[in-house]
Write a protein that binds this ligand. Structure first.
Ligand SMILES: Cc1cc2nc3c(=O)[nH]c(=O)nc-3n(C[C@H](O)[C@H](O)[C@H](O)COP(=O)(O)OP(=O)(O)OC[C@H]3O[C@@H](n4cnc5c(N)ncnc54)[C@H](O)[C@@H]3O)c2cc1C
Length: 422
């Protein structure tokens, strides 16, 4: 069997890895290259955080979103000029902002993330080389009620077997665990079950391993269309010529939606832009840190920390809005004592955001030899390993695993009002 995977971000590379493990002949096509800065898998927080896997739409987000509409420095931002295009997505997104969908989405993501740590460990044992730290995570806030709110939002994970603290810690206790926290922090909690990677080392490491395993990676080969006959895709048209295969996997991150549209398949997904940069702190954190007040994550990367955050809906635009990144830097500087008062390596990436915050792992509509692996939203580094493993099983056995039921491509109804209960 010969499978062509479109996209060399973490989603595509993981699919290719598990397909190759099943003795499938694999080719990867990417419009850029493995480890490209333009991919969301390059400069993200790199948290492997299955216990934090709640979907983005949650009850109460609606009001926040409305307020944020006009504020360019807000953590969640919709660019006004993009709103006419975004409105249908936004309306559908709002239909999922309720407790029932949040709970069922959390359950689905909790089940998918169950094997993340084990699979990452197995990759390391298999000789995939990347920077990995098993440090755990600290949530730190300026007000105890904020820390309590975050802990409550994770509560649904407890019944799925994830270890969570029973209560928050006070200022002295949380600082004893994480001495890098400054006086602004008054409360928090500590979670052991979180690892972090330097994201670009993981994609580059996987790319090298895949080449060693005999996978062909064709770079600078943008897929521009497909050849179809008898309900099957026969070839992908690329800027480097046509590529034929028995099966295809569309794993092109945010760009999967326009790609699938070329097959007449609709995925309600929008790019959600996030920013990150590097800082030199005076005291290196011992953990990943979630500064929940400012919606920013801290990833220790040896001699620097990466700060990541913000969610901006402004289309397929990778430019860096100076106001937004400066604001994130200003907010972060209040929480981190800096060795050098400036940020390095500013970066923007596009998260593939579905309307319900869950990935799409399924056949591409009517095409029985074409699959979709996308929509990992804020959790691609965490969930691409189990998603890729189970998708490889689906492709080689022809059966959709039970685990994938909540991630079906046909779960999105055409009419918002007629959405069935999950
Ligand atoms: C600021 C920020 C912080 C984040 N932090 C975390 C975190 O801590 N933990 C976590 O789990 N997740 C995190 N995420 C989310 C994570 O980055 C994404 O979910 C994940 O990277 C998506 O991977 P992907 O492979 O689907 O897409 P991408 O990494 O974007 O890869 C898509 C690939 O497809 C290629 N491509 C596109 N179109 C075509 C085409 N037509 N033909 C061929 N190739 C094509 C692109 O060149 C690219 O290489 C974060 C995201 C951001 C922005």
């Amino acid at each position: 069997m010969k499978v062509t995977v479109v996209g060399a971000g973490i989603a595509g590379l993981c699919c290719a890895y598990y397909l190759r493990k099943r003795d499938v002949e694999v080719t990867i096509l990417d419009s850029a290259h493995v480890g490209a800065r333009s991919a969301s898998s390059w400069g993200n927080g790199g948290w492997i955080a299955p216990a934090q896997a709640g979907p983005l739409p949650e009850a109460g987000l609606t009001v926040y979103g409305l307020r944020a509409l006009v504020r360019a420095d807000s953590a969640l931002y919709f660019r006004p000029s993009y709103l006419p295009h975004l409105t249908p997505w936004l309306l559908r997104f709002w239909t999922y902002c309720n407790q029932r969908d949040y709970d069922s989405g959390t359950a689905a993501l909790a089940a998918l993330g169950k094997r993340s740590f084990q699979l990452v460990d197995e990759m390391v044992d298999d000789g995939v080389e990347f920077d990995l730290w098993k440090l755990g995570m600290v949530c730190a806030t300026s007000k105890p009620e904020e820390a309590r709110k975050v802990l409550r939002s994770l509560e649904g994970m407890r019944k799925h077997g994830y270890d969570l603290p029973d209560d928050i810690l006070g200022e002295d206790e949380i600082k004893a665990i994480e001495p890098s926290l400054n006086d602004r922090v008054k409360a928090g909690f500590h979670l052991e079950g979180q690892w972090n990677v330097k994201a670009d080392t993981m994609t580059v490491g996987l790319g090298s391993k895949l080449r060693e395993m005999g996978v062909e990676i064709v770079e600078e080969a943008e897929v521009t269309g497909f050849d179809r006959t008898d309900g099957a895709v026969r070839a992908a048209h690329t800027t480097k010529g046509d590529v034929t295969a028995d099966a295809f996997v569309l794993a092109a991150g945010s760009w999967t939606a326009p790609l699938a549209r070329k097959l007449g398949v609709s995925i309600p997904m929008e790019p959600g832009k996030g920013y990150s940069f590097l800082l030199r702190p005076k005291v290196m954190p011992r953990h990943g840190i979630l500064f929940a007040d400012i919606h920013a994550g801290v990833t220790p990367l040896g001699d620097r920390i990466r700060i990541g955050g913000t969610m901006e809906f402004s289309g397929y635009d990778l430019s860096i809005d100076e106001r937004r990144i400066s604001n994130l830097f200003r907010l972060a500087s209040d929480y981190v004592e800096l060795e050098t008062p400036d940020y390095e390596e500013p970066w923007a990436g596009l998260r593939p955001m579905t309307v319900d915050g869950l990935p799409v792992l399924d056949w591409a509509g009517p095409y029985r030899n074409t699959y979709v692996a996308t929509g990992y939203s804020m959790l691609g580094m965490t969930l691409s390993e189990p998603g890729g493993e189970a998708l490889a099983e689906m492709i080689t056995t022809g059966r959709r695993p039970e685990l994938f039921e909540p991630f079906r491509i046909d779960r999105f109804p055409r009419l918002i009002a007629r959405r069935p209960a999950r």
